[in-house]
Every structure is written in C-alpha cells, then in structure tokens.
Design a protein around this ligand. Structure first.
Ligand SMILES: [Mg+2]
Length: 437
C-alpha cells in the first residue's frame, strides 16, 4: 500500500458488518458452526460462562499500593462476563458470534489440541530442567497455549513474527526444534533459532522493544510494496506479541503511533494474562486494553484467549486486514498465567488461590478436549499424551547436549561486515582466552 493512500483512521472498533465481511474474505464460514446443534446461537458472550474472579476493581486501586489492594475487590459482574469474542465455551460447547466464525475444521482442531498438549508438556519439562540447574531461567507459558497456538496458526508463509519471551507454544507450533527455544535460557547463546528459516525473530527480554522492531519491519514491508497488492504470494503482515505489562511501556505506545501513522501491516497481539509479574492488569489500565487502540486510530478487539478457535479466527482476520493495506490491529487475548512470571518468582505471594482456581476451570486445553471427546476415541487422547511425553524426553536429552558455541562467536553478527576494530577485539579476546588453556 502506498503510504499516502493509507485509510482514514478508524475511531471505532470494527462494526459487525465490516468484521464479518472481512472474515468471510479470509475463509468461508465453517459449516460446522451452523449445522452443529451444539452450537449456541446467543450471539453474545453467554452468561453461563464461568467468570474469572479475583481481579481487583478500580475501587481497590484507589488505595495505596500493597498486597491487600492488589488482591481484594472484584470487577462489576458485567465486566467479569466480558471475556471478549468467544467461539468455544469452557464446557466444550461451540458458541456463535455475530462477527466471527471458526475457521478450523475437525482435523485442524485435533492439531490444535495436540500442539497445546505438547506445549504444556514441554513447558513442564523445561521448568523441571531449570529446577535441576540445567537452565538459568525458565518463563512458563502454562495457561496461554490457546492464545499462542491459535494465533500462530493464522500466520501466512510470508508473514513475520516478533515474540516477546514467553511464546514457546508459538515457536513449537511453528516447527522450531524444541531445544532451540531453550538455548538462550541455558545461558549459552545470545539467541536461539535461525530467524529467517522460521520467519520468527528471537526472544527479546527488554520489555516491548520488539513492538518497535515489528513496526520497523512492517514499514519496510510497505516500502517493498508488499502490502495491499491482492497477490497472496506477495502481501505480508507482521505479528508481534506483547504482554499486558508491556502495554504500559513507552516503546509499545510509540510503536502504536508509528504503526497508525504509516498504516504499517502490524498485528499487535497482547496476551493479557492478568499479571505483570505481581502487578494486576487492572492497576495498569482503567479500561480494557483493547480499547487503547481507539486512541491511536486502529481496530482493537478483545478475544477469549483461552479459546483456540476464537484466537485463530480473529488473528486470521487481523492479519488479512493488515496484508490488504488496512493498517494495524490490536488484539487483546484475555487469558491467565497459570504459573509464576518466571522460575525466579513466587506467585503464591500475590495470586489469590480462588482466582487461580476460577481460571483453571477455563483451561484452554480441557475445553477443546471436551469438544473433541464427542467423536474422537479416548485412545487418541492417550496417544497425544504419550507423544508429548516422548517429546519431553527428547527435549531433556537435547537440552543436556546443548554445548556452548565457541566464545568468539560473541563477536559475530554485530555488523553486516566485521570492522577492523571488531576484528582486533575478537583476536585479542581469543588470544586472551586461549592463554588459560
Ligand atoms: Mg502479563
């Protein structure tokens, strides 16, 4: 898309008509959604969905910071029920939404399930490896598998992903070797996988910095003329993940401004997992995070992040919107961190037990299992679990076999071409290090 031809800023969320039309352009409506008698046709988020409990409300925020104000209070019931766009309820029942239709067929739903089970099992194994001293740190993604797998599935072959540091399920679903994800956190390398082989950048630990990288990449895509051509072999979008805490960072907000100003084809996917380490989301924002997009002039949508079908459908729409020249989109995936922030954190000091329990009842894997169990034999679920256990054993072996690269690689990839100063530093360092051998 020509930058000068970017669309007028959108001051409202997409209307039901525009969003559904766009979804229809991505893929035809799922016949299953219309034909399945189990599909609810409420058209809105059903009131029967168990609401997450325990998030402190604004009243609690009026007091001074402290454990009591962080864990007390509750949102009004109406807000509690606002899980966002949902296509699969926690009890495994399909839900009809006026704007979005599930795009995944039965086989893809099984693939989603297997991928989420694998991610959780590998996440558990990596946590154990850290506890046994084999990793410096681990950043669990437990509870966020649907937000990650569903969105990762929507990524096209030319699209590029910028993760934060918790997107293990994205990486594994994209086929990145499991142990490559551990390389950085084993403390032997500055990076992990070959970013260009997988169209996925390495992790960034510096909060929200990847949002600026993503917008820069997206502006490059614009300059390459690879947006809005109508050629699916050419049009490209960027998907960048950030957390609810990162939404408060200056970098993220600068990225929003730049993306909106230039119509960059960037989908910002905020996994709102309820906590920024020990700070609840409600302390960071008096409004739903998806509404932040209104102020920047692009669509913002809140999605049930524990619903893999909704995450897939909405992210597919958003990426198609970006590729077509529609500009950026913000997706707020409402999910929950069912683990500490990292293995250096003790979440039991601040996460209320009843809140954790209420979100456990909304588990993303269990809800899909309930849906599939209607016509998938029980033995298949056992096979998935056994396969995940085997993969975890492979991950352990591969992790222990990860050797540090030669120390001089520290100097690699600093510049496109090594400068004389860099060469001198590398040679001095190598000689110094070799003097100890
Ligand atoms: Mg968070």
């Amino acid at each position: 898309m020509d930058v000068a031809q970017r669309p007028e800023p959108i001051s409202e969320r997409p209307t039901a008509r525009s969003a559904s039309a766009a979804v229809a352009a991505v893929a035809p409506p799922s016949p299953a959604a219309a034909a399945d008698p189990a599909v609810r046709t409420t058209g809105t988020v059903p009131g029967t969905v168990p609401a997450p409990a325990g998030h402190p409300g604004r009243a609690a925020q009026a007091g001074p910071p402290g454990p009591s104000s962080q864990s007390g209070g509750a949102r009004p019931a109406g807000e509690l029920a606002d899980v966002g766009i949902q296509l699969l309820a926690p009890d495994g029942t399909r839900v009809s939404d006026p704007r979005f239709t599930a795009l995944a067929d039965h086989d893809l739903c099984r693939e989603f399930y297997a991928s989420m089970v694998l991610a959780r099992r590998l996440d558990e194994e990596a946590t154990a490896l850290q506890r046994q001293g084999e990793l410096v740190l681990w950043i669990p993604c437990r509870g966020q598998e649907a937000a990650q797998v569903g969105s990762a599935q929507a990524v096209g072959p030319r699209d590029f992903i910028f993760p934060s540091y918790r997107e293990h399920a994205v990486a594994w679903h994209r086929g990145i070797p499991a142990a490559e994800v551990l390389r950085l956190l084993r403390g032997i390398s500055h990076d992990g996988w070959d970013t260009h082989a997988h169209n996925m950048a390495n992790y960034t630990i510096v909060l929200a910095s990847q949002t600026l990288h993503a917008v820069g990449y997206g502006m490059g895509v614009l300059l390459d003329g690879a947006v809005g051509t109508g050629d699916p072999e050419r049009d490209t979008a960027v998907l960048v993940y950030l957390g609810d805490g990162a939404m408060s960072q200056g970098d993220a907000n600068e990225a929003f401004v730049w993306a909106a100003s230039f119509g960059a084809p960037v989908v910002f996917l905020c996994q709102n997992n309820g906590w920024a380490i020990s700070t609840p989301t409600s302390r960071q924002s008096p409004v739903r995070l998806s509404r932040r997009a209104d102020g920047f002039g692009f669509p913002g949508l809140r999605v049930d992040g524990n619903d893999v079908l909704a995450m897939h459908a909405v992210t597919s729409w958003a990426l198609a919107h970006a590729r077509s020249g529609g500009g950026p989109v913000l997706i707020e995936a409402s999910t929950y961190r069912m683990a500490p922030h990292t293995t250096s954190d003790d979440a039991t000091r601040y996460q209320p037990a009843d809140e954790v329990a209420s979100w456990a009842a909304r588990d993303p894997i269990e809800r899909l299992r309930r849906m599939l169990a209607r016509d998938v034999p029980a033995g298949w679920f056992d096979e998935v679990r056994t396969g995940a256990d085997d993969a975890a054993a492979d991950l352990r072996r591969a992790c222990l076999a990860l050797d540090p690269p030669p120390a001089a690689t520290l100097f690699g990839h600093v510049s496109a071409e090594e400068t004389p100063d860099q060469r001198a530093q590398r040679e001095w360092f190598t000689a110094y290090r070799d003097s100890f051998l």
